[in-house]
Ligand binder design. Structure first.
Ligand SMILES: [Mn+2]
Length: 301
């Protein structure tokens, strides 16, 4: 997207998240700006506020929203916004298709890195595009990119540097110290895996890991594998808030969490197999009980 927009002028890049999107739009955008948003889920609790701001911004600038997360149940298409939505594939694939005709075809590998990073690498488009590259080379570069960025955590300036380099199609393994960060991250991931294996415990069908030494997403996946529950859950304590990831290959987590978020004071949602939530410490036990009492309705065929 930056390679495409950059030909017209300056592009400012911000990293945000579903719960923070409304606030970030208020803070970082003005009337008359062109705004492109990609890969941010519309959160059950805040999406109306988000759409309200975007409709307003869209009356004076171009607003494009590209996403692949399931939509809130009562979602209605906003005015003044070009809304590109499909749960078929990664946001990376959707963005690439949006800008494809304006870019050198060699940019397809950037789209592929994103699809691989999102574990959505079995779509027809990915298959066709991969056949135009050496598969091992693309997977290696995608691995360096994902692992290196994982290691960067919240160093947004570094992430912006990586994004700038990628927007001129520089190989991830040639960007700054991304490759050596990736090596370090692999060692940390191995520690994370072994730590989850030791500390995971079950409450009903939920296998839980508390404050893992690394990504809660990966920890949740290992929790599912080593705890043996239908759902893996890992959280990080931030003040009174538990910021968590959930993983399951059997339960539609997005629907389950969105339903619970209408019954308890929590925020969350995501994909059928991978979701996130923010739950206060006080509500956590009730949250896990709710999962156990309602997951059956969301079992996938
Ligand atoms: Mn995504």
């Amino acid at each position: 997207m930056k390679a495409y927009l950059g030909r017209k002028g300056d592009v400012a890049v911000y990293f945000t998240n579903p719960a923070g999107l409304a606030k970030d739009l208020e803070e970082f955008t003005r009337q008359g700006d062109d705004i492109y948003i990609a890969d941010i889920a519309l959160d059950e609790k805040t999406y109306k506020q988000v759409l309200e701001i975007l409709e307003k911004r869209g009356s004076e600038g171009k607003v494009v929203y590209i996403d692949h997360h399931p939509l809130p149940e009562d979602f209605r298409q906003p005015g003044n916004v070009e809304f590109i939505h499909d749960t078929c594939c990664s946001a990376s694939e959707l963005v690439f298709k949006y800008v494809e005709k304006h870019l050198d075809p060699d940019y397809s590998r950037i789209g592929l890195y994103g699809a691989i990073a999102d574990y959505i690498d079995e779509t027809p488009w990915v298959r066709d595009q991969l056949a135009r590259w050496d598969k091992r080379f693309v997977y290696y570069e995608a691995g360096v990119l994902v692992q290196g960025l994982e290691h960067a955590g919240r160093q947004y300036d570094f992430k912006r540097e990586v994004l700038n380099a990628l927007s001129s199609n520089t190989l991830p393994s040639s960007i700054g110290d991304l490759a050596s960060r990736a090596v370090k991250q692999s060692m940390l991931d191995e520690d994370l895996r072994l730590s989850v294996k030791r500390t995971v415990y079950n409450k009903g069908v939920v296998s839980i890991v508390e404050n893992p030494p690394g990504s809660v997403g990966r920890a949740a996946n290992y929790a599912r594998i080593y705890g043996g529950g239908l759902i893996g859950l890992a959280f990080e304590t931030r003040g009174r808030m538990l910021v968590m990831s959930l993983r399951s290959d059997k339960v539609d987590l997005n629907k389950l969490i969105r339903r619970i978020s209408r019954e308890l004071d929590i925020q969350g949602g995501g994909h059928p197999f991978a979701a996130g939530a923010r739950v206060s410490i006080e509500v956590f036990d009730k949250f896990v009980e709710k999962i156990n009492s309602s997951y059956r309705e969301y079992l996938r065929a």
